[in-house]
Design a protein around this ligand. Sequence first.
Ligand SMILES: O=P(O)(O)OC[C@H]1O[C@H](O[C@H]2O[C@H](CO)[C@@H](O)[C@H](O)[C@H]2O)[C@H](O)[C@@H](O)[C@@H]1O
Length: 525
Amino acid sequence: MTEKNSTIASFQLSADRFDAVVLDLDGVITQTAKLHAAAWKRMFDDYLAKHKQQAPFDIDSDYRRFVDGKPRYQGVRDFLASRNIDLPYGTPDDSSDQQTICGLGNRKNELFHAKLFSDGVETYDSTVSLIGKLRQRGIRIAVVSSSRNCQAILETAGLIELFDARVDGVELQKHHLAGKPAPDMFVEASRRLGCVPERSVGIEDATAGVQAAKAAGFACVIGIDRGDQARALYEHGADLVVNDLAELPISIDCEETLAANRLPSALDCLNAIIGRDDREPALFLDYDGTLTPIVPRPDQATLSDAMRTTLQCIGELCSVAIISGRDLADVRQRVGIKNIWYAGSHGFDIAGPAGQRNESQQGREYLPALDRAEQSLRDELANISGCLVERKRFSIATHYRQVAQNEVASVKQAVDSIHADHPELRLTTGKKIFELQPDIEWNKGKAIRWLMRTLKMDSAQFMPLYIGDDVTDEDAFRELKPDGIGILVSQENHPTQASYRLDHPDAVERFLNLLADKLIRLRHG
Ligand SMILES: O=P(O)(O)OC[C@H]1O[C@H](O[C@H]2O[C@H](CO)[C@@H](O)[C@H](O)[C@H]2O)[C@H](O)[C@@H](O)[C@@H]1O
């Protein structure tokens, strides 16, 4: 990081200081700048070839000085002016072979689209990952780009959902905004986000963009120096220049809980989840609500054949373990895949594919108390219609999903009273469920760490990825926060320690298939 002054030395992108971050597209989020530069060069060189004394278009100097970051026709006009070439403006409808500013701009766009189609869109993973983290902290995100192709580029890259607002070349024309370096686009972006420039950050890689954000009165303007232009970015108003957004300090609080509906979709962020470093994923999956939809009765939660095939496939590509609240034998039989690890009773009971077994030693001392509590629950709840008591080796679930609304309080009262008789047991809640389990320092998160140690999965080499939907899954999200990733399966809005979201087990299946494709591609270079 190169800093202009010492006041920025303590710079932190935190929700306390900033409400919004507004980013340029090309060269900041996507690596389309080089596609644009190549298309500009090809178009101008073809044109300049007809002017004998003219040197070819230079990507290092001409592109950055006259074209980068500006609306298309303005870029044509400014570059031609630098060569003392005067062309009629024409109209946006001009065909791409007309010798007008618009005709040349349209030719460049044709060349750009051909390249986009043939080469696809590469993204800067550090930027995508930063946007994910900022969104989790409640910071609003907008993209400002002079490109009329902004929407198409974001859609091709699968990033369109990451933005709360977009001010692009199409909007520019529609609302008669002035292009960068004028402040209009940044002012409009913060207005659309419902934020003020004084609490907004602008991120740009072009001098015209830096100038625009500064002129808009943004609290902080960050320049990204992808070439040798740190000095120029500072001269145009950047407060801080970095080579890549991975260098940017943001405030991280591991205990922070976030609203689930603010989390980015894991389907949109696969590249940020996998491939942000060289670590191999180690996959830990919850069962109910994650691999199967929630259904009225526990015995109806059957794994679909499609999900089983997906799990089998991903199990060939990386290490997979199922971490469930169900009894070990039950979840093992429901999933029915041989070469993976299983943890039952919320991690108290673990088994490996080659007959390995780890039953919590400490947990065993609680078996008599669990037996007594189970009997009391069965006796007390026998007359409440729809109430189910499900005994797992190290846990007892009392299900009230099928209980009439006016009788739920009686279920809770009975569970509370039996819990009071067994203070050595812990009472937890979940989806229409009360659970009693040994009150010891053990949970799904600890079980995952135990598995990683046992399987010699150093987190420098393996990245733990946990997908779950319920309260006890939060223990796993919290445990993995420093070195792994948590994905919550939910459509509701509640606090969570997860970093990404999937809406439904169907989305989990889609995500696992995308992950499998990605791992296959990485494996084959
Ligand atoms: O950790 P998990 O594998 O997700 O297990 C959590 C509990 O899941 C089951 O109950 C839940 O799913 C049932 C079937 O969809 C649903 O009817 C119930 O309301 C949910 O709470 C399971 O029966 C429990 O033992 C697990 O603790």
